[in-house]
Design a protein around this ligand. Sequence first.
Ligand SMILES: NC(=O)c1ccc[n+]([C@@H]2O[C@H](COP(=O)([O-])OP(=O)(O)OC[C@H]3O[C@@H](n4cnc5c(N)ncnc54)[C@H](OP(=O)(O)O)[C@@H]3O)[C@@H](O)[C@H]2O)c1
Length: 314
Amino acid sequence: MAAAAKISTKTLKLNTGATIPVIGLGTWQSPDEECYSAVLSALHAGYRHIDTARIYQNEEAVGKAVAQYLKESGTSRDKLFITTKLWCSEVQDPEKALKESLERLNLEYVDLYLMHWPVSMVNRGDLFPKTASGTTEIIPFDKWNYVETYKIMQKLYKAGLTKAIGISNFNIPKIDYLLAQSGVDVVPACLQVEIHPYLPQFDLVDYCTKKGILVECYSPLGSTGAPLLKDPALIKLGEKYGVSPACIAISWAVARDTIPLPKSVHEERIVSNLKVVDLADEDISLVDAVSKTTAKRLVKPEWGVDIFGDSAKL
Ligand SMILES: NC(=O)c1ccc[n+]([C@@H]2O[C@H](COP(=O)([O-])OP(=O)(O)OC[C@H]3O[C@@H](n4cnc5c(N)ncnc54)[C@H](OP(=O)(O)O)[C@@H]3O)[C@@H](O)[C@H]2O)c1
């Protein structure tokens, strides 16, 4: 059975009541020039959701492309969903960090502000502060941690600088710990984590669904070089539906009511990554089973703290 892929217009509802377009354009490792063209092409192709971050150092390019698109198309800002993220070395002053991001983006608000990692680095005006011995300079958990950061982010949400707040790279113990702290009264709207067929994160997705937290899938194609696209099961399913393995990976994420954020700087790929097919239940099960053969986490920064381990306290 070959089925033509169709542009996805699916949206999901955040716990704030706002809607989020289910596919977003990723922009990590999209340098300025390429990022501008990628975002502009994506918006013209029908994307309504762009994912950037302070650390990607392309917020200005994203902002310029958004402004250009709004001018060319007559679309209003509220039709777009723009996410940026608070970087680890700026966690002690999220208000300043968000205002600076907004200035770079040339926006009055973002739709989602995520804490990029549950990690607090010392602020020395350097995005990757180092100790004398060359390791990343982390603030000890008992001096400052993600709970303090999150409590300040709640104020930014209440002040309207961001329409929603969320977290990224948190696992179940850390979300449980965060939600149990006094003064934490806004449930994160989204969790952004690595998810693809080699790392499906079934338990984490179920947990978040129960808590009313939507899950965004970063590296949905396996990150740099899209290694997942060589997976035999995805290739076979692509042949069955007459689409690319990338389309199968993205369609699988959409079918799970998760939010894939495929990154590309090539117009043809950008256009095709927004198109999905309706996977039959048995084919969703086949993709679900891929991690039984190959299970891999691909994004594992080495900052000397155990980010993905079972302790809530790093
Ligand atoms: N919160 C976090 O800590 C975090 C971490 C990682 C990523 N993210 C977000 O998630 C986004 C996506 O993750 P990612 O960038 O790691 O990886 P990804 O989207 O899984 O894969 C990107 C790679 O796939 C290639 N590609 C894209 N579409 C393709 C297609 N149709 N066919 C063949 N190759 C294709 C891209 O190359 P070209 O660009 O050359 O086309 C690039 O090399 C990021 O950009 C970022 O916005 C967040």
